[in-house]
Structures are given as structure tokens and as C-alpha cells.
Write a protein that binds this ligand. Structure first.
Ligand SMILES: [Zn+2]
Length: 83
């Protein structure tokens, strides 16, 4: 599972200097809550799975902490400035 995620992810740098792995997904069979807008991502809706490239406890912990974002919310994140 985690190796599948890792293989298709690309690395992105954000405006605050942090680095993230971003993996597009075509849609899943579960509902997720997007951290960008606090709205649900419905099953079957394409979105991105994001996790930190410099997690304090390493890559496996980062994968465990991964978040599901709407594509547009992830792309808009820099425009709101670093948190
Ligand atoms: Zn969203």
C-alpha cells in the first residue's frame, strides 16, 4: 500500500519552504474531509493525497499522516500564505 503511494507521487516545494509528496488519485470509495476547505471529498471524485517529505518521525509516519485534498484547495494553499 505505502509503496504504491510512494511510487506515483511527485515532490512539491511550498512557499514556506516545506516539501511535500503529492499523489493524484482518480477517486476512492471513501469520503474524506479536505483540510483546505473543511468540506467532504465524495467517493469517486478525483483529488490528491499529500504527505510531508520531512516528517519528524520519518517517511512511514508521514504516510500514516497523509491527507486528502481537493486539487484546487491544494493548489490554492500557497496563495493564502504559510500557516
Ligand atoms: Zn477542499
Amino acid at each position: 500500500m505505502s509503496s504504491v503511494l510512494r511510487g506515483r507521487a511527485r515532490s512539491e516545494g511550498r512557499a514556506d519552504g516545506s516539501r511535500w509528496s503529492v499523489r493524484p488519485v482518480a477517486g476512492s470509495d471513501k469520503v474524506y474531509r479536505c483540510p483546505g476547505c473543511e468540506q467532504q471529498i465524495q467517493p469517486g471524485v478525483g483529488h490528491v493525497v499529500v504527505w510531508s517529505d520531512d516528517h519528524l518521525f520519518g517517511e512511514e509516519a508521514a504516510l500514516d499522516d497523509r491527507r486528502h485534498w481537493h486539487r484546487s484547495c491544494w493548489q490554492a494553499r500557497d496563495r493564502r500564505g504559510p500557516r
